[in-house]
Design a protein around this ligand. Structure first.
Ligand code: NAP
Length: 277
């Protein structure tokens, strides 16, 4: 087991990527503290994860909630070895029509709260620990309407480097996992909460066709990358962004949507070659 005897905090551990990671961490021998705002899904997750997990209702944007969380963790867990600062929201912030409060809420949740979670966790972390942030391919994509979200995910990468330097004397590694499009409830929240089935299907198809592997990722595929960063398997991996996106950012010209454009050209080229022989 890769995490035997380790103690981990996973924010947003009651849903999606956080919950998949909590399942994997428990299977690998860790004791896990999960947080979320929704008491029902938090209770369900703890019931499923069993006696190795405890749940804490926390809104990461509220300083008093975080204070109470870390006081409870000090009492219940003593020390921590791993922090997965994963809680996050999406949000539409198109340039020219965005309300300041919406923009600030995305920044507060995804960036500031992630920092202050780690800031409060640092004194509880054992030396040789591991911190992982949930980044995103939106650090690179340039998708319209997501300026705040993209800024938070890019910000996490530069923030992680600085924190890695802060915590280097304690050999605490700090990395970012950057998922592509992953099948989780985030796609049905916020701006897409009222999307029709037809709109959702169109979006699902569009994203699949932009990925060289031709499909969405599963939360379990991100969990495996987080396990790698959390465990000794990545003992010399520090201050990096690990992109897990089916090749969407690294090989965009391999995506079906682009291949479909080139395929007729390559057939024509083959035919021209055949005639030249
Ligand atoms: N799914 C993707 O395609 C994708 C791609 C790239 C990056 N990511 C990132 O992965 C992370 C996890 O997202 P997910 O896809 O697993 O989505 P999700 O299923 O919607 O999970 C989001 C989690 O964050 C928690 N959360 C949100 N705001 C919070 C707040 N103010 N206080 C406390 N908890 C809060 C939610 O708790 P409640 O449910 O209790 O509100 C939930 O547990 C996010 O940072 C997201 O940006 C996701």
């Amino acid at each position: 087991m890769k995490l035997a005897g380790k103690k981990a905090l996973i924010t947003g551990g009651n849903s999606g990527i956080g919950l998949a990671t909590a399942r994997l961490f428990v299977a690998e021998g860790a004791q896990v503290a999960i947080t979320g705002r929704d008491q029902n899904t938090l209770d369900e997750a703890v019931a499923e994860l069993g006696s190795s997990a405890r749940g804490y209702r926390v809104d990461v944007t509220i300083a008093e909630d975080r204070k109470q969380l870390f006081a409870a963790l000090a009492k219940d867990f003593g020390k921590l070895d791993i922090v997965f600062a994963n809680a996050g929201i999406s949000g539409r912030t198109p340039t020219g029509s965005t309300d300041e409060a919406i923009f600030e809420n995305v920044i507060h949740t995804n960036l500031s709260a992630a920092f202050f979670t780690v800031n409060s966790a640092a004194p509880l972390l054992n030396d040789n620990g591991s911190i992982i942030f949930s980044g995103s391919v939106h650090n690179y994509l340039g998708q319209p309407g997501v300026a705040a979200y993209a800024a938070t995910k890019g910000g996490l990468v530069s923030m992680a480097r600085s924190i890695a330097a802060d915590l280097a004397p304690r050999n605490i590694r700090v990395n970012v996992v950057a998922p592509g499009a992953i099948k989780t409830p985030i796609w049905k929240r916020g701006p897409r909460a009222n999307a029709s089935a037809e709109e959702s299907a169109k979006l699902a198809k569009a994203f699949s066709s932009a990925v060289p592997q031709g499909r969405w990722g599963e939360p379990e595929e991100i969990a495996k990358a987080v396990l790698f960063l959390a465990s000794d398997d990545s003992s010399y991996v520090n201050a990096v962004e690990l992109i897990v996106d089916g090749g969407a950012t690294g090989a965009p010209f391999g995506a079906p949507i682009i291949q479909d454009v080139f395929r007729p050209l390559s057939s024509a080229a083959k035919s021209a070659e055949a005639h030249a022989d």
